[in-house]
Each structure stands twice: as structure tokens, then as C-alpha cells.
Design a protein around this ligand. Sequence first.
Ligand SMILES: NC(=O)c1ccc[n+]([C@@H]2O[C@H](COP(=O)([O-])OP(=O)(O)OC[C@H]3O[C@@H](n4cnc5c(N)ncnc54)[C@H](O)[C@@H]3O)[C@@H](O)[C@H]2O)c1
Length: 393
Amino acid sequence: MTTKKKLNIGVVGCGYWGPNLIRNFNNLQGCRLKTVCDISESRLRHMKELYPATEGTHRFEDMLEDPELDAIVVATSVRFHYPMARQVLSAGKHCFIEKPMAASAAQCEELNEIANAKGLVIMIGHTFLYSSPVRKIKEIVDSGELGDLCYISSRRLNLGLFQKDINVMWDLAPHDLSIILYVMDEHPLSVNCQGNANITVGIEDIINLSLSFRNGRFATIQNSWLDPRKVREMTIVGTKRMIVYDDLQPLEKIKIYDARVDRPPHYDTFAEFQYSYHYGDLHVPYIKQEEPLKVECQHFLDCINEQRKPISGGIEGLQLVRILEAASHSLRQNGTAIPFFSPEAAASAPQRLDPRSTKKSADRSSAPAGSPRSEASADPAHAKVDPGAFTGS
Ligand SMILES: NC(=O)c1ccc[n+]([C@@H]2O[C@H](COP(=O)([O-])OP(=O)(O)OC[C@H]3O[C@@H](n4cnc5c(N)ncnc54)[C@H](O)[C@@H]3O)[C@@H](O)[C@H]2O)c1
């Protein structure tokens, strides 16, 4: 889709991930990469060498004060997402925030309120929603080809990269969660999470997370920074067929297995009871090769020009952070299920935060996200999570 106006874009954060966003915005026809910003002298110098026509600054304020900038991309560490995005939106600029949206649901809510009040686009870097394999999986699931969805299991493992201020769940699970929510197309009823900090005290490097959905469906996520192999694998199991999605495969990322297990419709004696195992063909669908980040960046420009909500907007960002928050509660309680209120219950007894409590929570902008010790309460009564975001309220 073509954009109507050449938008001026600024990017803050030129560390590991920011340069990928910078490269893509620089290449897109519908915008001009006007400014890049980093407090690191060496990172900024490197970016200036790569993009000599682009302005560089150490001062984030320079971008906020630039009347020509239409939008700012925040690609700094999670703890800076909220304070920076808040300033971007308050300055009247559209904002793209890397995943996860912020360090708490209260922070996400406040950002959404500012964006709504000012009519600005807020988009979150849930990159996989812009990838061809994930789009294909969604298409296959929605077509009914898999039958009824039974469960999804996802593994994202690697040796490192160790983070200092967030645990492996806040680092990696946003990818798994964004895909699972997109494919399941509904919010979970509850979440459980267990994990362990093997290397850095207080920062989990291995977690197992499970989500319960309606009708007995569920999803599991395993994330690790302590595994000898790099694994990016998801299995989607339906009553008729199953998909294995291996994102590390260069070409055959999705395999559809015509495999299922049938129970006999009725039986009189145990001897008659026989499961019927069906092994059919293995099908590898054609997937268009396209860089997800390019599609994602173009989508941001389109949403600004066409004044529409992104596929991964503030609501989706908030939903995901609510799950991470609930999972952090569960982690502290050694895996206790943390239920979300049902939308019906939420409608009759909404748990909206009042401005004072939102402010109070949001002010914890420097709290280490993902560190279970950073959360205020270990009381299960406080752990029930308001799904206001899920109902779109
Ligand atoms: N979508 C994806 O697939 C994906 C992949 C990796 C990382 N990320 C996200 O990207 C974000 C950045 O991660 P990273 O690994 O690149 O982090 P990083 O630490 O490598 O880079 C962050 C950069 O921000 C700079 N910075 C910090 N404070 C600043 C300030 N006040 N003003 C200007 N610059 C400042 C730092 O100097 C650093 O260069 C995180 O939110 C992460 O979750 C997304």
C-alpha cells in the first residue's frame, strides 16, 4: 500500500535492534529517516557513517523539539519505553515502541490514553505478526483446515543473550505470546509460569509458561537463555491436522502434517477400544520471502497516513504486557495459576485504575521489568488481572 505523505521519522536507540529499524525506515519510499539518537558516542558515530544524510544527536530532547519530525521510534531498553513514549506522544508525535510496550500494564494504559486523546498512532514492535509464515499459519487456522485448535506449544531457546534488567520471559515471550494471541484470536483465561535464575541472581534465564483458553485449549511457552541450541519452533495442533513452524529453516518454515488420532465413536468393551492413528501426507506450503521488519515499518507509515489502528497497536501491546505481569505474579508463586477476570465479570465490576493509581503505578518507570522482586504484591488476591484491554475498553 502506498503512503500519501513523506513522513519524517526519528529513531532513538542504536544498539542491537535499533539499526534494523533504521535500515528499514531509511529504505522505505514513504518516509525520510531524518534523525537518529543514542547516548553512546560510538553507536551514533557508526550510524552516521552508514547514513551520512541523516542527522545524529545524543539528546532525545532534540527530536522531541523538532517540529518537522512526524514520528519517533523507541528502540531502547524496556525500562525506557514508557518515559520516552510518553514524551513522544506528549510532544504530539506518532510513536512506534519496541516490544514489550512498557514495563507494566498501568504504563501501557497511560500511553494509550494519551495517544487516544491526541489522535496519534501508537504501534508496538510485535514483529512476527508481519512475517509471512505467521500470516500463513493464521490463514490456515482460520480456514478450518486444522479442524478445532487443541493446543500450541512454542520453544524459543538460545545460549544468551543475557539481559541485565529483564528476565528471559520479558525478553523472548513477547514474540511467542503475540503469535499465540493472534492465532488463537482470544484472550487466555489464566496463566501459570515457573522459572529459574541459574546465572544472574534474581533474573530468570529459563521459564515455562502456560496459558489456558476457553474450551480446554491451551498454549505453552518455553524460553531459555541457557540452551546449547538456538531453537525457534512452534507446533500448532488441531483435531484434523498439525503444523510445525520452524523459523530457523531458510525455506521450509511451515510443515503441515496430515496427522491425527481418532477415538472410536462408541464401544462396549475395553477390548473393542482402539485409537486410530492417521498418518497422511506432509505438505510444505509456499511462503513469500519478505523481511517482516520492512512490512512492519511500512504498516506504521500506512497507519499514520490512513489514520487507522495498527495490527499491533496499543491495545495489543497492553494485552501482552498484562499477560507478562500476571505471569510474573505466577513466577513469584512458583507457578500458581493467575486467572484473568472473564469479560462478563469485568463488564459488571470493571477494575479500571483511577488516575491516581495509574499515575502511581506508571511512575515506577525505572522498576526492573520482569524481575519478580520488582512487583509490589505477592498476594494472590492482588494477582487477578483486569482484562479491560481484552474487551477493548
Ligand atoms: N522486535 C524484535 O524482534 C526485537 C529484537 C531484539 C530487541 N528488540 C527490542 O528492541 C529494544 C532495544 O533492544 P536492544 O537489544 O537493541 O538494546 P541495546 O541495549 O542493545 O540498545 C539500546 C540502545 O539505546 C541507547 N539508549 C539508552 N538510553 C538512551 C537515551 N536516554 N537516549 C538515547 N539513547 C539511549 C543505548 O545507548 C543503546 O545503544 C528492546 O525493547 C528490545 O526488546 C526487539
